[in-house]
Write a protein that binds this ligand. Structure first.
Ligand code: SAM
Length: 275
């Protein structure tokens, strides 16, 4: 049953349309946390909304309300706890597990199909550099599907590193190496070359693009995440890449999902050529 229907008679009829039609659930049958955005007009009914969410899904313990946009270097929301409960959960996705506390480190279940698509592009034997790795979900998705040589997964947030180490262990991965570092420092000292580099920081990866391009083997691939307006979502990302690497070609373009009103989160796949 839809959340809105459950709240009929609890919330005045003229406000019912403001009840969100969806919310995020992170976790599994063993325990989950629900994350919802509630407009200010529904402030007096926020606890009733949270209780209705729990009625819809018995696995949910904590219900938390997202406030404002992601901010800060760790790309976190401000959260208001509506119903207390554990916020550290184990999320199940395409045959693997992601342990995470979304109040401490970035994670979005909405990126699941992008992870699957990207993991399918990787070939056995590749060397993968995963920048802005959070709790490491792309590394897990790749390493579960492919016998890669290695994946170095670089993240600044200490909570990201902690959960990444847990995720390597619970998914029994041997090829993933979690690293706590600033991408700028790591890339400038990176002695090896990667066959593939992932830059999963839509708001800010551009500042590290030059450094990341240097880490790619000639003929390798770079996956660059960025944001773009709905009328021309890829133009800026492509121009940024072309301005730094004239020999590079764009071999894939993907709208990952909505980012903000009329703005998409996008990914471009770049074949790196040094001419
Ligand atoms: C948008 S999140 C993506 C996390 C992860 N790849 C995922 O998809 O769940 C970007 C991550 O980059 C990290 N980050 C931001 N600036 C960084 C930097 N300079 N060096 C390393 N990590 C950074 C943030 O802490 C955050 O966890």
């Amino acid at each position: 049953m839809a959340l809105r229907n459950l709240l009929r008679g609890v919330i005045p009829e003229d406000l019912l349309t403001l009840v969100p039609s969806s919310f995020d659930i992170i976790g599994s049958r063993q325990g989950a946390v629900a994350i919802i955005e509630i407009p200010d007009e529904l402030e007096p009914y926020k606890v009733e909304i949270a209780e209705a969410i729990r009625k819809l899904n018995k696995n949910i313990g904590a219900v938390i309300r997202r406030r404002g946009a992601r901010s800060g270097p760790y790309r976190l929301y401000n959260y208001e706890i509506l119903i207390e409960g554990p916020t550290e959960v184990i999320h199940k996705e395409h045959g693997y597990f992601i342990k995470v506390d979304p109040t401490k480190v970035y994670f979005s279940p909405r990126d699941q199909s992008d992870r699957a698509e990207l993991a399918d592009m990787v070939q056995d034997g590749e060397r993968v550099l995963y920048l802005f790795a959070g709790v490491g979900p792309y590394a897990v998705a790749i390493a579960k599907r492919r016998k890669v040589r290695w994946i170095y997964a670089v993240e600044l947030n200490p909570w990201g590193l902690k959960y990444m180490v847990d995720n390597v262990r619970i998914n029994k991965l041997t090829s993933v190496v979690p690293i706590r570092a600033d991408v700028a420092d790591f890339c400038s000292a990176f002695a090896a070359k990667a066959d593939r580099v992932l830059m999963t920081l839509p708001l800010g990866a551009k500042d590290y693009l030059d450094a990341a391009l240097r880490c790619v083997e000639d003929g390798g691939y770079l996956h660059f995440y960025h944001t773009g307006p709905e009328e021309d979502p890829f133009r800026e990302a492509e121009e940024l890449v072309k301005s730094l690497c004239t020999g590079c070609s764009i071999v894939g373009r993907k709208i990952v999902r909505d980012y903000a009103p009329h703005i998409y989160k996008i990914r471009i796949d770049v074949k790196v050529r040094r001419t």
